[in-house]
Design a protein around this ligand. Structure first.
Ligand code: SF4
Length: 419
């Protein structure tokens, strides 16, 4: 809708977190966004900070350079590298992720996403145990039991409960501390991080009716789980930290299988466990890597075909072992997901950063930065919500600046000698 120089767009999608809420009403005027109705406290400053003017030229070591010089420099860095790493991806969209995979394949590089510092143990567990999936829409329409385990959506995904949980469904929380979500929950069950696995196996036995030693709280929780007709557990970093975190997530997924494996003829109980994903398109990064390479993260092309091995081909470990000689980062903010020793290793490497905020002086020797248009603000694109539903992103402030896919494509063309 256009009102003079004001443009009002409805059903706008937000990619600030994995909820990808697509019901915002955004007003643009004079080349900037002046209102974002429906945006939460995390999203509003991000929208209101967007303008149609994308801050200028690429930078090398903080000094502005021409685009042609920057492309030549990026191609030279990657051509000289014997073990390059392409990392990040979760603040991009399908278009940028696909271009990143193509370039990594051409280079024989390793490509990895922020999943390796987040839900990697969950993905490994899913590969072992399998997953019953449901959409957030199904949760909203059908759930009568909602549990948040090791996550705090009120703080990290402020509209998750409003948008995706039925108002009548009681909220349960399992966590080691009283989080913001715990304050609005019917029940908070405090479990220290190193006891999650024990608690989940106890719940498995209770779900199967096997006699065991269990606290009254766990007995009550198991009873509420079994009484539900549609239950869902959203889980986060509280379950995915620690050396054997994949075993803990496996236990949760097996509990879900147990709850679905029942014989009561008058019950049609359905149970699910779903990851609470942090970035707006981390689910898309998993999906694009999987459909292009067969694997969701930590993929190495050095032998000419994709190889997958978490721990061997994942960015935190590769950087800590000093096995990377150049890095291409898609989305500057994804650097901060890496552990501190990996960030320190990155600072000593020639680094190309595409998109996101301009890196500061301390963020890397020889950093080459390309500013890019933002998907869902300046360019259309596709992001995947945390339940793997594709959400289209529309243009709010048109811009001629290149997207990250354009920058990656140009570097790829220069390396392959087609320009
Ligand atoms: S909950 Fe997440 S996706 Fe929804 S408006 Fe807030 S930041 Fe954006």
């Amino acid at each position: 809708m256009e009102l003079g120089s004001r443009i009002v767009r409805t059903d706008v999608a937000c990619t600030v977190c994995g909820c990808v809420c697509d019901d915002l009403r955004v007003t643009a005027e004079g080349g900037r966004i002046v209102a974002a109705e429906g945006a939460c406290d995390l999203a509003r400053p991000w929208f209101l900070g967007q303008t149609s003017h994308i801050d200028g030229r690429p930078e090398l070591n903080g000094i502005p350079v021409d685009w042609d010089v920057a492309y030549a420099r990026a191609a030279a860095i990657l051509k000289a590298a014997r073990a390059p790493l392409v990392y990040g991806l979760s603040r991009s969209t399908t278009e940028g992720q696909r271009a990143a995979v193509a370039l990594a394949d051409f280079l024989g590089a390793t490509i990895d996403t922020t999943a390796s510092s987040g839900h990697a143990p969950s993905i490994v567990a899913l590969q072992q145990v399998g997953e019953s999936t449901c959409t957030l829409g199904e949760v909203k329409q059908r759930a009568d039991f909602v549990l948040f385990w090791g996550c705090d959506p009120v703080a990290t995904h402020p509209r998750h409960i409003e948008r995706y949980c039925p108002p009548a469904a009681p909220i349960f929380v399992v966590d080691s501390e009283e989080t913001a979500t715990a304050k609005i929950a019917e029940i908070l069950l405090r479990i220290p991080p190193d006891r999650n696995w024990d608690a989940l196996w106890t719940l498995r036995m209770l779900a199967k009716g096997i006699a065991c030693e269990a606290s009254p709280e766990l007995v009550a929780l198991a009873a509420r789980m079994k009484a539900g007709r549609f239950g869902v557990v959203f889980f986060g970093s509280g379950l995915t930290r620690g050396r054997l975190a994949h075993r803990t997530v496996e236990a949760l997924l097996q509990l879900v299988t147990d709850l679905n494996d029942h014989t009561e003829p008058d019950t049609r109980r359905r149970f699910y466990a779903r990851r609470l994903r942090r970035y707006g398109d981390i689910a898309g990064a998993d999906s694009v890597l999987t459909w292009q390479t067969g694997y969701p993260f930590g993929v190495n092309f050095a032998t000419g075909y994709p190889r997958y091995n978490p721990g061997e081909f994942t960015a935190p470990e590769l950087l800590a072992r000093g096995e990377v000689d150049a890095a291409l980062i898609l989305g500057s903010e994804t650097i901060f997901d890496l552990p501190s020793n990996a960030q320190a290793a990155l600072r000593d490497l020639p680094m190309i950063v595409i998109g996101g905020a301009r890196p500061t002086e301390d963020e890397g020797r020889g950093t080459l930065f390309f500013p890019t248009a933002v998907y869902g603000i300046h360019r259309p694109g596709t992001a995947y919500r945390m339940d793997e539903i594709a959400i289209p992103l529309r243009v709010l402030l048109p811009s001629d600046s290149p997207s990250d896919a354009d920058v990656l494509g140009e570097i790829h063309r220069r390396l392959s000698g087609t320009v």
